[in-house]
Design a protein around this ligand. Structure first.
Ligand SMILES: O=C(O)[C@H]1NCC[C@@H]1O
Length: 349
């Protein structure tokens, strides 16, 4: 057997090595960039998001696409934040571009920030990590004892129901009622039953087809807006639910299909945030009433509750707390060889 260090002697290559740490939260991957990115320019996290989209997108494809990633890979690039209270800024990447919020990533990054000493003196039983996401400042609280990090809860940006029971025409399915809600990103919500599907039992492919058709229809028929920035006013995906929105101590399942038909393995932190805001708006849950959210893809669990009323422009909003656990899976150093004509990455649909 060769030693790890001899395997790690990488051949001559183009450009810098891209070093990453890989984690997962409820089964959803998070590839965190450690080094190898050039300077990301821009005087705000939102401006930096525009910059990477315009000038550094080839690196997203290298890290997210095959042969180094896969269709459903997810990534985080740590950047400087313009907010003095932030411990770090972050940009999120996926199979189609750059999202504005990602709860599963915040849960993983909370642990990562403490373990990799991005925050000063960790505190027990919890260390606060302020993460500046493109949607705004998200406060993560990381369990910490005996030098070990554990579960993470976070308080997201103001979340609000944007529109409920909007009738849209969905190709192949006719008129469908959708709710649209914001949890750092906008999602459309539909009941699986309307399509004769079950969130935990049906084939993922069938759930993806429905969600993709709904996303396409909402994008073309509903104009979104966000009081803070036009950069936030887009539909990120569709969440198909089991419809169990009335309060219960039993878990409620959902599956999130976002970006370019990418399937979240976790219950979706920003989706749980948006769904809790919707349930609160409909009077189905009270402040501080926790619900358990189950991923239709893997069965993994997050907890979510509305903790405070607030506002976002003219929208009545809530602060939502989401909790979950993330785990490390490994670390890699990626290179690109000059004569590799697949080095830029590709995706299989
Ligand atoms: O947990 C979340 O919020 C995210 N997971 C992948 C899609 C969303 O950004």
């Amino acid at each position: 057997l060769k030693s790890i260090s001899s395997i790690m002697q990488l051949p001559p290559h183009e450009g810098d090595e891209l070093s990453v740490v890989d984690m997962h939260t409820g089964g959803e991957p998070l590839r965190i960039v450690l080094s190898g990115y050039p300077e990301v320019k821009g005087d705000s996290v939102l401006a930096k998001r525009r910059y990477v989209r315009e000038y550094l997108d080839h690196l997203r494809r290298v890290l997210m696409y095959e042969p180094r990633g896969h269709y459903d890979m997810y990534g985080a690039l740590i950047v400087d934040s313009e907010k003095p209270e932030a411990d770090l800024g972050v940009l999120f990447m996926h199979n189609e571009g750059y999202s504005t919020m990602c709860g599963h990533a915040v849960i993983a990054l909370g642990r990562f920030a403490v373990d990799y000493k991005l925050v000063k003196e960790p505190q027990s039983p919890e260390t606060q990590v302020n993460i500046h996401c493109p949607c705004g400042l998200v406060k993560a609280y990381v369990e910490y004892s005996d030098g070990k990090t554990g579960a993470v809860r976070f308080l997201s940006v103001p979340a609000f129901a944007f529109a409920t029971d909007v009738m849209i025409k969905v190709e192949g399915y006719g008129d469908v009622a959708v709710d649209i809600s914001y949890g750092g990103a906008f999602y459309a919500f539909v009941h699986a039953q309307r399509f004769g599907l079950d969130v935990t039992e049906s084939r993922t492919r069938d759930l993806v087809d429905v969600a993709t058709a709904v996303t396409k229809a909402v994008k073309s028929q509903v104009k979104l807006c966000h009081p803070d920035s036009d950069d936030l006013a887009f539909l990120y995906g569709t969440i198909v639910t089991d419809g169990k929105d009335n309060y219960s101590s039993d878990p409620t399942a959902n599956i999130c299909v976002f970006a370019e038909a990418q399937v979240d393995r976790s219950p979706t932190g920003s989706g749980v945030t948006a769904r809790v805001a919707l349930q609160y708006h409909k009077g189905l849950i009270q402040l501080n009433q926790s619900r358990i959210f189950k991923s239709g893809a893997t069965g993994s669990l997050f907890t979510g509750k509305a903790v405070e009323e607030t506002s976002c422009g003219d929208f009545k909003a809530v602060v939502v707390e989401v909790s979950g656990r993330a785990f490390y899976t490994g670390a890699s150093s990626f290179v690109q060889e000059a004569d590799d004509n697949l080095t830029q990455g590709f995706l299989l649909k």
